[in-house]
Write a protein that binds this ligand. Structure first.
Ligand code: ADP
Ligand code: MG
Length: 220
């Protein structure tokens, strides 16, 4: 359960280039929801997603993650929550191009014993139907394949929440539809899925649309 109360985010608060990216965002997202966050470029979508994923701090307001006050969680505990509960699919895949598929997918598993790592990574590849790509170098893959690898890496820890920033932005429409079916399946399995997109066609495939404009929620 994600609960944001009046969250603000100010970049560069004490400098001339101070910028308020989120202006009091209040939002609840229950377990198992399938949401799109839509809005124009620069409206604050990525900022919001990074805060939800505990990848960035916020300037004001309260964020409760599974009833825990996020501002009171020490960084080492937050890192554990991120690793266990949250899978993040970053914009433009954010894969290491010189690594093989399996090595990219094993990255979030660094604290685990090596033999188990490979097994868990192969299971994630299996769920994404890409076991045949395990030993291929990432830079040789197509966009759709890279996105499947990025999603495999996000789910390898079996998180309860998947956050994806513009996951179809770099894909053609057929491949985008294919990737959306992957998110639908993950949601059908009970995972909370939150997708940032500026594509209304993609957003309409989600069960809920949250619209943000100039750092404010305009519909939810
Ligand atoms: P979106 O994902 O909707 O395009 P972002 O959340 O990336 O929007 O950015 C919202 C606003 O905050 C934009 O105007 C952007 O320029 C600004 N911004 C984002 N990151 C930073 C940063 N690190 N420093 C200063 N301004 C930033
Ligand atoms: Mg963005």
């Amino acid at each position: 359960m994600i609960e944001l109360n009046n969250i603000t985010k100010i970049y560069n608060p004490k400098k001339h280039n101070r910028f308020a990216a989120l202006n009091g965002v209040s939002l609840e997202i229950a377990d198992g929801e399938f949401c799109a966050v839509v809005g124009k470029s620069g409206s604050g979508k990525s900022t919001l997603l990074h805060i939800i994923g505990m990848l960035d701090t916020f300037s004001g307001g309260k964020y409760f993650f599974n009833n825990q006050d996020v501002s009171k969680i020490p960084e080492n505990a937050a890192a554990k929550i991120r690793a266990r509960e949250i899978g993040f699919v970053k914009q433009d895949f954010a894969l290491i191009e010189d690594y093989s598929t399996i090595d990219n997918v094993m990255l979030p598993l660094y604290p685990i014993k090596a033999s188990n790592k490979k097994k868990k990574a192969m299971e994630a590849l299996e769920k994404m139907n890409i076991t045949h790509l395990a030993n291929k170098e990432t830079k040789t893959l197509s966009g759709g394949e890279k996105q499947r690898v990025a999603i495999a890496r996000a789910i390898v820890n079996e998180p309860s929440i998947i956050l994806a920033d513009e996951p179809t932005g770099a894909l053609d429409s057929k491949t985008a539809a294919d990737i959306m079916s992957v998110f639908k399946k993950l949601n059908d399995e009970g995972k909370t899925v939150i997708i940032v997109t500026h594509d209304l066609g993609i957003a309409n495939q989600c069960k809920r649309i949250i619209e943000i404009s100039d750092g404010e929620i305009v519909s939810k």
